[in-house]
Structures are given as structure tokens and as C-alpha cells.
Design a protein around this ligand. Structure first.
Ligand code: DAH
Length: 339
């Protein structure tokens, strides 16, 4: 009996040691200690043992059982620990690894310039309105006092959809649309994309942006135009900026002018930036032609107004001292990231 128990114990130990998984270990437990297990079978055969031998044999069986259980328990702990360590290793997160840099973009220089212009005019009580990029010839030319055979149409050659519809060459048609739909008085700016069939170079693009401005009320004079645009220049280019107006011609304004700003780079002394003149041309403007007012149903005897048009890219280029307009459209992030 003793030998049998010793054998069972040895065999159990061997199988426990060979168990590499918890489930195997459990199989071993069942095989030896379970209801139909080997040790249990020995226990059942106690009835065949002589009564006087029973205590000793019983003690032996119990010892064997205890030894196997202890071994099972120890091995279980070891296997559980190993399994935990394995999982910890597998699921480890290396917090010392440098994080991937989160690259956040920013507004395009054009957008920054536009928002700046909008801020200035909204501050002066202007409304921001928009008009279509695909426009009627009527709004783009005729209603602005540019009849079909006018030479100004040559300078603003564009892309025609058909005889009557084209891609607008300027934001000025929004003046007409606003006059037709808005109650008086009017104070608006109209930013947007315009098109011309120009060759691409450092200062030209077939598609660029303008910001139109228009004020119509009773008693508006050229003094209002000058005061407003001088204030605009100061806000945009700095308090020291001065402006000057040169006579010019636009079919839809009378009188018309171009406005120059003192070069913000050299303060007016003359430098490479302003080509030595000390001044930088910035926009076209004028008093709205009485014919234009009349065509849109406004009585020029009662109302008068001024208008202006400024190139958005021009402002962005000046503000950021960029010398080639193409850079604004190439969307090279190495370039754009600088602003
Ligand atoms: N639309 C003109 C252009 O594209 C710019 C312009 C000049 C707009 C005078 C105006 C203005 O409103 O009064 O060249």
C-alpha cells in the first residue's frame, strides 16, 4: 500500500511538473484527486485494509493527498504568475516613446487678409454681402456703364459661358445687385473670387480675389470717400500711413481715382519695395456714376455714393512681403507654414 501511494505521489508530481497550462494542471487534479481519481480509488479501498492498519494507512493517504494538493497549489500560482507576466509584457505601452507631432494647420494668408479687411469695415458699420461668380454680362458690364463695345471690356477679357453669361471679372456687379435688393442707405463690402483670361505671372492669375465696397446715402461726398479709405489704410497698414488719390478713369465712377498708401516698409522715403517712389498703389475708387445709380432705380438727384475695389492678393502680398502671387496658390505647405 505504501509503495502504491508513493508511486501515485511520484506520478502526480511528474505530471504536475509537466503541466505548462492551468487547464492541464486541472486535468491532473481530476485524474488524481477527482471522484474517479487514483487517490480517491485508494481511499475507497480502505475497507479492505485491516482495521488495526487503518489509522496508519489513512494517515499516509492523507499525507499523500496533502502533498499533491500543495504541489498543485504551488504550480498553479507559478503558472498564474507567468501568465500575468506574459500579458503585462504583451500589453506594455512605452510611455517614453515621443508622441507623434500633431500638425495643426492655419488660415491661408488670403483668408487672414480678408478677415482683417472685414473686421475694419464691420467696425465702421458695413455689411458683408456676396454675389455669384458666374454672372450676367448685364451686371458685370452693362449696368456698370460699360456698353458692349466699350474698350474696358478688352482689359477685362474673361471666360464666357454663353453670350449673356460669364465668369465675373470684378466684384463690382455686386454693387448693382445690392442696389437692386437692399433698402437705402447702403454700406456694404463684397469680397469674392473674380476671373480674367490673363496669363499667369508674378502679379497675374486667371483667378484672384477682390473686395468691393459701396456706400449710398443722402449727401455722400468725395470727402466721405477720402476719410473712409484713409481710415481703412491706417487700420490695415499702421497709424502712420498716409494716402493720396490720383485721378483715374472707371466707367462706373465719376470722378474716379486710384489710391496710394505710403510705403509701410520705408515710411515713404523710397525703397526696393515701393520701387523708390515711397507710395504703393492699393485700390480703385470713385463717386458712383449717376447713370449707374439711375440704371438700378436710385435717383441720383436725391442720393449719392462712393465705391471702391481692392485686390485681396495685393493686400496679402504687401502684408507678408511676398513677391510672387503664384506662391499663394501653389499650396506648398513649406511656404504657407511661414505665415
Ligand atoms: N472693379 C475695378 C477693377 O476691377 C476696381 C474698382 C474701381 C472698383 C473703382 C470700384 C471702383 O468700386 O469705384 O479694376
Amino acid at each position: 500500500m505504501k509503495e502504491k501511494l508513493q508511486k501515485i505521489k511520484e506520478e502526480a508530481m511528474r505530471q504536475i511538473q509537466a503541466s505548462e497550462e492551468l487547464s492541464k494542471l486541472n486535468d491532473v487534479r481530476v485524474a488524481f484527486l477527482g471522484k474517479k481519481g487514483e487517490l480517491t480509488a485508494v481511499l475507497k479501498s480502505m475497507k479492505d485494509v485491516l482495521p488495526e492498519d487503518r489509522p496508519a494507512v489513512g494517515q499516509l493517504v492523507n499525507d499523500t493527498r496533502a502533498a499533491i494538493e500543495e504541489m498543485l497549489e504551488d504550480t498553479k500560482k507559478k503558472l498564474e504568475e507567468a501568465e500575468l507576466n506574459f500579458r503585462l509584457k504583451q500589453e506594455v505601452i512605452d510611455v517614453t516613446l515621443p508622441a507623434k507631432r500633431n500638425r495643426v494647420g492655419h488660415r491661408h494668408p488670403n483668408t487672414v487678409a480678408l478677415e482683417e479687411v472685414e473686421r475694419i469695415f464691420i467696425g465702421m458699420g458695413y455689411e458683408v454681402v456676396e454675389g455669384p461668380e458666374v454672372e450676367y454680362d448685364y451686371y458685370n458690364f452693362e449696368a456698370l456703364n460699360i456698353p458692349p463695345d466699350h474698350p474696358a471690356k478688352d482689359e477685362q477679357d474673361t471666360f464666357y459661358i454663353n453670350n449673356k453669361i460669364l465668369l465675373r471679372t470684378q466684384t463690382s456687379p455686386v454693387q448693382v445687385r445690392t442696389m437692386e435688393t437692399h433698402p437705402l442707405p447702403i454700406r456694404m463690402i463684397a469680397p469674392g473670387r473674380v476671373f480674367r483670361s490673363d496669363e499667369v505671372d508674378a502679379t497675374h492669375s486667371p483667378s484672384f480675389h477682390q473686395i468691393e465696397g459701396m456706400v449710398i446715402d443722402k449727401g455722400i461726398t468725395f470727402a466721405d470717400l477720402k476719410g473712409t479709405l484713409a481710415e481703412f489704410a491706417k487700420e490695415l497698414f499702421g497709424a502712420g500711413s498716409k494716402v493720396k488719390f490720383r485721378p483715374h478713369h472707371f466707367p462706373f465712377t465719376e470722378p474716379s481715382a486710384e489710391m496710394d498708401v505710403t510705403c509701410f516698409k520705408c515710411g515713404g522715403k523710397g525703397c526696393r519695395f515701393c520701387k523708390g517712389s515711397g507710395w504703393i498703389e492699393i485700390l480703385g475708387c470713385g463717386m458712383i456714376h449717376p447713370k449707374v445709380l439711375k440704371m438700378s432705380g436710385i435717383d441720383p438727384e436725391e442720393y449719392s455714393g462712393f465705391a471702391f475695389g481692392v485686390g485681396l492678393e495685393r493686400i496679402a502680398l504687401l502684408k507678408y512681403e511676398i513677391d510672387d502671387m503664384r506662391l499663394l496658390y501653389e499650396n506648398d505647405s513649406r511656404f504657407l507654414a511661414q505665415f
